[in-house]
Write a protein that binds this ligand. Structure first.
Ligand code: 1WB
Ligand code: MN
Length: 345
């Protein structure tokens, strides 16, 4: 085969899975009293009372080696970078979460070992216990050889700018492990307007939750303390880069009146230095073009969002993107290999 006819290596970077033990824990969460906005979706997926599209997701989340591999083959997808699906272990108490994170990482590492060319994986951890999380993060990257970390946004309504989580940020920076901040539903304090019209999750709430998380990290000065920390956000960067001009302008005002701490860099400088974005579930060439122009070709990675989004249109979207061949290589695999330490075949 000549190099020109070699098929492009497609690495999808926001691909969800679960394990039966976490699913059972989430079914208990669904049945317990609670008011978290995540319960809307957790009940539909893990304790389904009606047969709908979301109820049918669970078997696809639990499957790694049967239908998923077939779907990848049918669509020319070389690899899934797997991550424990939202809300991960973050709705459990600290001990349960810590135990289940370890189990999920062990199972993930075992599946990657069986299919080293088809799967890579992001390690999960329990932010409820930051010191134990840091220990697990080190084990996951050094011993299990996982490729970075997944965090499903807030934990009990708290965000990574909270100093209690600094052991986690320190571990990620030391290990050069990028933290992928995946959405969960907006935290309690902003949940109310998302309770109608199905706005709780992927339609709108998820993006608002994660973009707010990212902005809190930038304007709090977290990246002055951890300048090498890498964060990945999906869904075409949750539109944060569309806001950079206004963020820079208004953050300066907020700093000048004493509402925000002084920081070494502006939000746009942090976003370009410390973040990468993926295209998961956001298949607009216009948004892709804007993202590449705003952030640079090295900071945009391809993703499907399996099984929540179908693979074929995600592949068609990137195959037909108006970019050069060299750019497409970066979007499809080069950037993922660099950011997530995925070895070349
Ligand atoms: C859906 C999408 C549900 C995502 C999810 O549950 C996640 C959905 C955790 O479309 O029903 C996602 O990651 O985009
Ligand atoms: Mn997703």
């Amino acid at each position: 085969m000549t190099p020109a006819s070699k098929p492009i290596r497609r690495i999808a970077t926001e691909e969800a899975f679960s394990i039966p033990e976490v699913a059972a824990g989430l079914r208990e969460v669904a049945r317990a009293p609670g008011n978290s906005l995540d319960l809307v979706l957790v009940e539909r997926i893990y304790d389904a009372k009606v047969d709908d599209v979301q109820a049918r997701l669970l078997p696809r989340l639990l499957d790694l080696e049967k239908e998923r591999l077939k779907d990848m083959d049918a669509n020319g997808v070389a690899m899934h970078l797997l991550s424990l699906t939202a809300p991960g272990v973050q709705m459990f108490d600290a001990d349960t979460a810590t135990e289940l994170a370890t189990l999920a990482n062990d199972k993930l590492a075992a599946v990657i070992k069986r299919h080293p060319t088809r799967f890579a994986g992001l390690a999960t951890f329990a932010p409820q216990s930051p010191k134990r999380a840091a220990v697990e993060m080190e084990r996951a990257m050094k011993k299990l050889k996982l490729n970075g970390f997944i965090l499903n946004s807030h934990t009990h309504n708290e965000y990574l700018d909270n100093p209690k989580y600094f052991p986690i940020l320190e571990a990620a920076e030391d290990l050069d492990g990028c933290i992928y901040i995946h959405p969960r539903a907006p935290s309690d304090g902003m949940a109310a307007p998302f309770r109608d019209y199905g706005l709780d999750s992927a339609q709108w709430g998820y993006g608002i939750e994660v973009s707010t998380h990212a902005v809190r990290m930038m304007v709090s000065g977290v990246f002055d303390r951890f300048p090498k920390l890498k964060i990945c956000i999906g869904h075409m960067g949750e539109a944060v880069h569309f806001w950079l001009w206004r963020l820079d302008y208004m953050n300066k005002n907020a700093q000048n009146r004493g509402s925000a701490p002084k920081t070494k860099l502006t939000p746009s400088e942090y976003f370009k230095r410390n973040f990468v974005i993926t295209t998961s579930g956001q298949e607009s060439h216009l948004a892709l073009d804007f993202s590449i122009k705003a952030l640079g070709i090295d900071n945009v990675l391809w993703a499907i969002d399996y099984p929540y989004q179908p693979s074929a249109p995600a592949v068609a979207f990137m195959d037909s993107a108006p970019v050069s061949a060299a750019e497409r290589e970066k979007l499809y695999h080069g950037n993922a290999e660099r950011v997530f330490h995925i070895k070349l075949e």
